[in-house]
Ligand binder design. Sequence first.
Ligand code: N01
Length: 544
Amino acid sequence: MSPDVDCPDTDCVVIGAGFGGIYAIHRLREAGFTVRAFEAGSDVGGVWFWNRYPGARCDVPSLSYQYSFSAELDRDWNWSERFAPQPEIQRYARFVAERLDVLPAITFDTRVTAAAWDEELTGWRVVTDTGTTVTCRYLVSAVGALSAAQTPPFPGLADFAGQALHTSQWPEDGVDLAGRRVAVIGTGSSGIQAVPEIARTAASVTVFQRTANFSLPAQNRPLTDDELRAAEAGYADRRAATFTTRAGHVIPTTGKRILEVSPEERRAELERAWERGGNEFLATFVDTGKDLEANRLLADFVRDKIRSIVSDPVTAEKLTPRDHPIGSKRICVDTAYYEAFNAPHVDVVDLRDEPIETFTATGLRTAAAEYAFDTVVFATGFDALTGALTRIDIRGTGGRSLADEWAPGAQTYLGLAVPGFPNLFTLTGPGSPSVLVTVVIAIEQHVDFVTDHLLHLREHGLTRSEAEPEARDRWTEQVQATTQLTLHRHAPSSWYLGTNVPGKPRLFLPYAGGLDAYRRICDEVAADGYRGFAMTGARAEVAS
Ligand code: N01
């Protein structure tokens, strides 16, 4: 027997030092486990470290986009704006990491490239791109749901002689786009936030749009001292809301059904919500996320707004979404996106009318025209929820590959565990609420669950936990059945479904039942002795 047979180098390896990694290191260490973490970036923050494109900011109010577990942290951090910009969110991650003293546990500039389950060891052998190999009993993935950048394989891309950027891999020192002719491909949250900012200085901006998206005005502004004081005083209520709300925070609503109010009342309420700003607009009425006719009334209001903002009717029509219910794809929140198209140097090309045929040395050619530009910005999103994990060569029992396991569609138990991959826990993984709720709160709940689970194993002298196939199958059925209760199923395509990635099977990936319901389920699983997890002692311990 080799000396490390029953003694891995560390109890836990955490992959990633974004919001998930930071809190996981903290909780696990607090529970008495030894932890090492690896982070590909040179600082903490995860997606907020990489996603530095102009205009990047959160679209959940800053006051809700923060950890809830510590009154002290809450008290000692003050957001400057209602929707914080990327540099401030990254500073917040750094502030928390320093306060919790997790930095010494993290090896930066180091990407985990492979991890293999070792039955003899009852643990994982983790390999990095710097040549480090470390063994651990438990592998905690905090890789993020939206972190594996996706650049479509456009023909001729290698021939393009200009500058190519991806919104989520923006150079750390920024890019000067002043006076440049810029093409932006993609009109999701990233493209919609970036376009107005890029347009401030660029000579021209041509937006290549495949699907018109719904976007709501952020109505961003500085937070006042009164608001900050009220937030501090309301900490306990906000903390309580993380346990009792679908989204992880309270979202204002009239509590009324749009189908039951008069057209005048409907318009007045929606105008008020539009002026308040943010994606809370979607919750103004309680039936618009469930009923197609109710949803159409809400969408019509936004379509009217687009027509009233964009001066040129042809451009307005191109920008008007018609192929999906509002909210069935991730809603965008912008600052002066539609307004940007009133400037003479900003234009939109509808790729439904003229698909991209090929990139050329000087730009690209569609079915209708040639476009020349100096810089192309790919705002084409992510291989969401699975990509960051399947890009690591993860091998479970018998050498089975996680990428192969998920090739027909990612299936998990609770979004956290996969049969055949013992002692691997996938924070905010596919099959959990993750991207449909305030992700920082989803992270806290997952980390707490995993930490409690590891404590349970330790207390019972157990060292191996593996999701049971039947538990995974039942959970997958539940995830898909829950989706049927929402309007998400009416979106012809979205990254929730994986359809933005060529070859990825169409399967709704997040759990749509709400964080409150999900938390109850997890609590019941724990109370029931971690039902659905097969738990045993280490092989060496069993043999002795
Ligand atoms: O990515 P997306 P994103 N040819 O996938 C288009 C979070 N986020 O980076 O809709 C042409 O939404 C694609 O078109 P279509 C947030 O959760 C949050 O913008 O697939 N176009 C789409 O328009 C968000 O939802 C914040 O037809 C192609 C765009 O590229 C998520 O991250 C900020 C194409 C991709 O949009 C992802 O947002 C930023 C092709 N081959 C991100 N392939 C905030 O908190 C794709 N597209 C504010």
